[in-house]
Design a protein around this ligand. Structure first.
Ligand SMILES: [Zn+2]
Length: 159
């Protein structure tokens, strides 16, 4: 379960459109509570990185994660999840996304074009879909792995 306000969702959408055609990524900062995760801030991480990082898609380097965790601690928050964008591709977890998800965290994916954010999707490794919104919501069945896989990883382009 994740609780996140429209303000933070819009920050994620805007970050995704800003970084298009690249994937953006960032941290979800907040608190773990009995009712699930409560997101209070987003922590954008730039994707303007070197070739190896691009091949690793939205992989956040340990240094970036540590910097984000330090920032969160300073504000009495924790990292409760991650977000990234799928440029020109639906907000459906890729095989890579599924294989690299850690337990307990939430993962938000936003589909972007050059002009706008489209569908948005949040999920946990346990297979629960948390948020589905946008003009073109999908209904992937994470548990059965019958997910329509996103090929956005091959779509990195340099302008
Ligand atoms: Zn992805």
């Amino acid at each position: 379960m994740i609780t996140i306000a429209n303000e933070q969702l819009n920050e994620i959408r805007e970050h995704g459109v800003r970084d298009h055609p690249y994937e953006c990524c960032g941290l979800l900062l907040g608190r773990f509570s009995a009712e699930g995760k409560i997101v209070q801030e987003t922590y954008p991480i730039s994707n303007a990185r070197e070739e190896s990082a691009k091949r690793n898609r939205f992989l956040i380097t340990p240094e970036e994660l540590m910097r984000g965790e330090r920032y969160a601690r300073g504000r009495d928050l924790e990292v409760v999840g991650f977000y990234h964008s799928h440029p020109d591709c639906p907000a459906v977890p890729s095989q890579y996304d599924l294989e690299h998800a850690w337990p307990t965290y939430s993962y938000i994916i936003v589909s972007t074009t050059a002009d706008e954010a489209r569908d948005l999707f949040s999920w946990e490794q346990a297979g629960s879909v948390e948020i589905q919104s946008g003009r073109n919501p999908r209904n992937p069945r994470l548990k059965s792995q019958r997910v329509k896989l996103c090929q956005s990883q091959s779509q990195y382009r340099r302008r």
